[in-house]
Ligand binder design. Sequence first.
Ligand code: GLC
Ligand code: MG
Length: 536
Amino acid sequence: MSADTWWKNGIVYQIYPRSFQDSDGDGIGDLDGIRARLDYLASLGIDAVWISPIYPSPMADFGYDISDFYDIDPHFGTLDGFDALVGDAHSRGLRVILDFVPNHTSDQHPWFVQSRSARSDPRRDWYLWRDPAPDGGPPNNWLSNFGGPAWTLDPTTGQYYCHSFLKEQPDLNWRNPEVRAAMYEVLRFWLRRGVDGFRVDVLSQIIKDAQFRDNPPNPDFTPGQDPFHRWLMLYNTDLPEVQQIVVEMRRVVDAFSDTHSSRVLIGELYLPLSRLVAYYGLNARGVLEGVQLPFNFQLIATEWQAARIDRLVRDYEAALPAGAQPNWVLGNHDKSRIASRVGPRMARLAAMLLLTLRGTPTLYYGDEIGMTDVPIPVDEVQDPFEKNKPGMGLGRDPQRTPMPWSAASNAGFTTGAPWLRLADDWRTLNVEAQSHDAGSMLALYRRLIALRRAQPALKRGNYEALDAGDEVLAYARNGEGQRLVVLLNFGATSRPLSKALVTRQSIVLASTDAARAGFIKGPLVLAPYEGVVIST
Ligand code: GLC
Ligand code: MG
């Protein structure tokens, strides 16, 4: 694999560090824990790990509130430990991607402490400060994703500061060139330490309207919905000016790319397709100068039906600018787990879909063993989203529970008390148990990843939509002299497939059903919820 295209050919695996592996018995996962599991990750066949934030943080939003961009939080380890992790990962051929959180800092970050100290402070303009509205209330109607207004009054200086998330997460002022320079320096610091790229948090929101205008009402808003959706985010998300920043970030990162290692930017972007693809940064010369991988969350949002997914894949393929690398995601630390959204059987189909579509797949830790959302009792809730808007199903603790490694105490995650409870079924649903079971989800993931690595058409072939009738999602991947056909039966009944799709010479390379493989002798009948990859 040529170095400059690892992020095109490879598979990304997201680690939520608090919950992956604890090494020191404090019940919280850490860097040494990840390091101890590198052999597992390498054996899975993934190419890169993206680690959610590990920087010093008061943990109001579990690391997404950063108080120092240049260090490691003591819960997670030390800079030396980080260097050791990067070294060990690289020696196994694994890349390391960090989370970069440019939209906001912690309110404990020295920059904000200074900024709020006085209106005349040189760092005042590093954040978004506004006078109160004439009635003394917030300057405009912008809302915080986590509930309430996006503005908090600072009594000492008599102004409001803007926060798109918690009041403990004040938004930086990206119109200020000093802020940009300081944040680009943060990128360089970690690039020099050898990181292979960044997943950029809430990228679309980092620039706000210069006039701070009110957002217009959302005509589709229905009472009972999360009140956050009352207004359309016209003036605080996806402004044209963000594109310039994206280009600047890309230049910073590109300066560290060479023939041995290309560095990648992955943007967190919850946007409609037409806007999402803008973040590839296609310029007038036809060059893509934005983020290489604007996260594509279509499979998280969609209704789980063959026809829907067929449509969205084709729409996505059609919307991509020339030369753009597609990417696909089934889940992350903010969304209900795939096995809970679609059920355990469909989750097997989802795995095959993710690993056979055209584009870089990102796996969320634990999905490879079919982890489900874990209900968290009210008195154990950790996530501020749930605490601020209780009972609306917004809390993210359920998808952030500790990884069950084995049937040892606390599932081998910790020798202490886990910071978040384990799933009830950890004694049976764990990595160790599934390692010995050819029918397990883990075994399926291993087969699919190995197949993707071995078949150039899966990595680099084109995408050709096929028609295999109702409830069967069908497509071919053609390239490098190969034609692979993927057939996914979303239905609860068996499906005989037409001879046009499956010939006498066809070989089943993989099935969601562990028992099936080899030459197809008669007509192929897909079992309920079965998916197959066929070489024709
Ligand atoms: C992103 C993160 C989420 C976090 C938020 C604020 O959406 O994925 O976990 O709470 O940004 O930083
Ligand atoms: Mg620990």
